[in-house]
Structure formats: C-alpha cells, structure tokens
Design a protein around this ligand. Structure first.
Ligand SMILES: Cc1cc2nc3c(=O)[nH]c(=O)nc-3n(C[C@H](O)[C@H](O)[C@H](O)COP(=O)(O)OP(=O)(O)OC[C@H]3O[C@@H](n4cnc5c(N)ncnc54)[C@H](O)[C@@H]3O)c2cc1C
Length: 426
C-alpha cells in the first residue's frame, strides 16, 4: 500500500550523530524536517570514543547538558602503548588545550545515539524509526524519497535531502558519485564489550588506550564503571592469512600480546563479537543543488584517531548552516556553496589522514611516542589528537615541525627506535 505524498523542507536519511545533529540544527532554524532511521533505537553501533573538538557542535544544538547529566564516562585524554609494553605515551588534553576542549566523553553508542535522536525530536524534527529508505530521486528543485515503514511504502518529497546513512551511503551509491579510496589498505575490525578490564588509575581511568602491534592495533574504551569496549583493527589481508574466525583471531592476539594480557587477563566478554571491514573512502563531491552528504555517508577514514563522530556532527552542522543560508536567499545550493562545503569536510578529514599515515609508519609512530622537547610541537600533536582541524599559525608551525621530524626519523634515529613485534626484546 502507498501513502499520500507529504512535503517537507528537509528529509534526512539516518538518525546517527550526523543526521541528528543536522536535524536538530535545521529544526531549531525553523525548518520542517523528517528523519528516516532504518533501525529501532537504542541499537548497538561501533564508534564509542569522542574527541573534544566535536564538543562545540554538541553545545551549539543544546544537547551538551543532556550528555553531562547522562552519566557518560568522562574522557580526559588518550594513551598509546606498544603491544610488548616497551614504550608508550599519555596525552592529557588539559595540558595544552583550553578548558572547553580539555575533556569529552566515551559513549555507549546505543545510549548516545538515542539521546541525540530524541533531542532532534524535541527540537522539532519528525522522526520515523524502522523506516528504511529504498529509493531516492533528486532534481535541481526538489527531492523525493521512497521509504518502507511497517510494511507500507511512503512517497515523500522535500526541498532538501541530507544523506546521513553512514557507510551505507544510500545517495552516493544511488547517484554513483565518483569516489577515491585514499590509498589505504583495506582493514578488518573485530570488537566486543568486556567486564573487568584493568584500567589506569584516576584521573587517567577514562582514557582510550591504543595498543599498537606490528600488524595492527587494539582499542580499549572505558564505557562505564564495569564495561570496556575492546576492538582489534588489522589489515584485511592479515586477517585472511590467519585463516581464523574473527573471534578466534581476536582471542589469539590477546593471548600472545603482553600489554593485552596485562589488561584483559581477568576480563570477561559480555556480548557477541561484531566485525566491520574495508574502511577508507571519500566521495569527491559532497553536495548537489538540493542534496548534501553528511558524516560517514560522505566518506570514512580509519578509526585510529576516533574522528568519525566528530566529523559526523561537524559536517551535519555545516550542512544545516548551508541549507539555512540558501533557504534565506530562496535558492538552491550555489556551485560556490557546494564547493565550500566539500572543501571544509575534505580539509577536516585530510588533517586526520595525515595523522593516520603517521600512525601506521614505524618512523612516525616512534616520534609520536617520544615526548618532544619542543613545547610547540607537543602542543600541536595534542591539538591534532583532540581533533583541532582549524589550527593557528603557531600550531601549524608545530605540526610542520612534528612531521619534519617524522620524515627525518627515516634516516636518523632522532627518537629511539622501537621494537613493534609482540614479543619483548630478550
Ligand atoms: C571499527 C570502527 C571503530 C570506530 N571507532 C570510532 C571511535 O572510537 N570514535 C569515533 O568517533 N568514531 C569511530 N568510528 C566511526 C563511527 O562509527 C562513525 O564515523 C560514526 O558513527 C558516523 O556517524 P554517522 O551519523 O555519519 O553514521 P552512523 O552512525 O553510521 O548512522 C547512520 C544511520 O543511518 C541509518 N541508515 C542506514 N541506511 C539507511 C536507510 N537505507 N534508511 C534509513 N536509515 C538508514 C543506520 O541505521 C544508522 O543508524 C569507528 C568505526 C569503525 C568501523
């Protein structure tokens, strides 16, 4: 059965952080917005560590106080350590960043995404859950969406379409938009929740802990007093070569890695293993006259620096700002506005991409783990890890200096050479 056609200012595909942020900002700007979400929230989702430079957007849509009151685990920094425990570094945001970026949260996504989606509803969005978008059509003047909800097909029309469907990338696939794979090898991630993981003593107990091996890395994200999210990321090739099932491979790495044994030796898994594969890509254009791509639907980069949710809320907020501006002028998105949006989103992900390449190169990681005698370079690295993509000239200089040392490290051991193998040196 098909329902009557309804007209909205904007339709948003997906009620994750990108869709909810865009929806809240548009509804608060007076727009009639419909969010279509395939799942029933709360639902499990990967991506549980936030970074502080996404705080601004959460404050701007008015959801920050709800997060503060929501009992989420405060995150004051990050720790990076080798799997053999031979070297590591603690990053405490408060050391180099202004107060408003000195902390953020670790979030169980089921609860976080639900809170954001409810906030979008309270801001004025109409939210349909268990509503799967099946088809889209876009023209220079309007958009239409076919959506299946409770066995009924709905034809919906709007002036604007935002695709925030995550790595499903509904619109990008439908329009067959050109994309680049950014030259990163395909990855495979296996993850689950555990009780009883050994934490750092306070005030570092909320840190994300990244354990780096020669073939991949683990994340440990404390979610509440008991629960810790634990995940292994490795190249798809390495995983396939193991010939093991995802959970078996995960457990084998834990059993053979001293740092993980120390932290997970007594821990008990409390849910099933999940897995995800084949990450990094970017669409070359993130906007058309009447549509915009938000968050993962615009592109995805390796999760090592926990950039995904920040990029989703920032791009969601930016997209809403562009739409509100165009609506005030009574036009579709000009070429300039589309280019500006794509450039802004691209610029943010490129900052992370460079860091990601540094992380996976042994020379870069050797420099990253060494406390830098130059305060400017250290402050610049802290800014990058916290997600600051809008650096001052002084910070740019620090970043430039840091990457210069990483480059020189290939030839000269400016930072101590590290042993990345799981086995400690005899
Ligand atoms: C292994 C791994 C680890 C990660 N770790 C982190 C981390 O620590 N920190 C971090 O910030 N990020 C992390 N990320 C990235 C993070 O998960 C994403 O970047 C983030 O969720 C993007 O938000 P989004 O709103 O764009 O998309 P999503 O959160 O994916 O939301 C998209 C929504 O769209 C809905 N949807 C999809 N298709 C349809 C459809 N056809 N119709 C209707 N609805 C639809 C989905 O159900 C979903 O709810 C990680 C990712 C991976 C793969």
């Amino acid at each position: 059965m098909q329902s009557a056609i309804d007209l909205y200012d904007a339709i948003i595909i997906g009620g994750g952080p990108g869709g909810s942020t865009a929806g809240s900002a548009l509804a608060q700007g007076g727009k009639k917005v419909l969010i279509l979400e395939r799942e029933r929230f709360p639902r499990f989702h990967v991506g549980e560590s936030l970074i502080p430079y996404g705080n601004d957007e959460l404050r701007s849509i008015g959801v920050w106080e709800k997060l503060e009151a929501g009992g989420f685990m405060p995150k004051l920094g990050a720790e990076f350590v080798l799997g053999n425990s031979e070297a590591g570094v603690q990053i405490r945001f408060g050391r180099h960043l202004p107060q408003s970026y000195s902390r953020t949260f670790q979030v169980e996504r089921a609860r976080f995404d639900n809170l954001l989606l409810e906030h979008a509803g309270e801001s004025g969005c109409e939210v349909w859950q268990e509503a799967r978008v099946e088809a889209v059509a876009v023209s220079d003047h309007e958009v239409s969406v076919t959506c299946l909800r409770e066995g009924k097909r709905h034809e919906l029309r709007a002036r604007w379409l935002l695709d925030a469907s995550g790595r499903e990338a509904v619109l990008g696939k439908h329009l067959e938009l050109p994309k680049t794979d950014l030259g990163m090898p395909k990855k495979f991630a296996t993850f689950a929740h555990y009780h009883g993981v050994k934490r750092n003593p306070p005030p570092d107990d909320g840190h994300i802990i990244i354990v780096r091996m020669d073939f991949g890395w683990f994340w440990l994200i404390p979610l509440d007093k008991e629960k810790t999210s634990v995940g292994l990321v490795q190249s798809l090739e390495h995983f396939r070569q193991s010939g093991l099932k995802p959970g078996e491979c995960f457990e084998e790495v834990v059993a053979s890695t001293p740092e993980l044994q120390k932290r997970l030796g007594e821990a008990v898994r409390v849910n099933e293993f999940f897995h995800a594969q084949d990450f990094t890509f970017r669409y070359l254009n993130n906007a058309g006259p009447r549509w915009m791509l938000v968050g993962d639907a615009a592109g995805f980069i390796d999760p090592i620096f926990s950039s995904g949710v920040m990029l989703a809320v920032k791009s969601g907020h930016l997209a809403a700002t562009e739409i509100l501006r165009a609506d005030r002028a009574g036009t579709s998105l000009s070429r300039g506005a589309r280019r500006r949006y794509t450039r802004q989103v691209d610029k943010m992900s490129k900052v992370f991409l460079r860091m990601i390449k540094m992380f996976y190169s042994s020379n870069g990681f050797e420099v990253f783990l060494s406390p830098d005698p130059d305060e400017n370079a250290e402050a610049a690295v802290y800014n990058l890890v916290a997600g600051n993509t809008d650096l001052t000239w002084k910070q740019h200089f620090g970043v430039w200096y840091f990457y210069l040392i990483c480059f020189l490290q290939r030839k000269f051991a400016i930072a101590p050479r590290l042993n990345f193998a799981i086995k400690p040196k005899e």
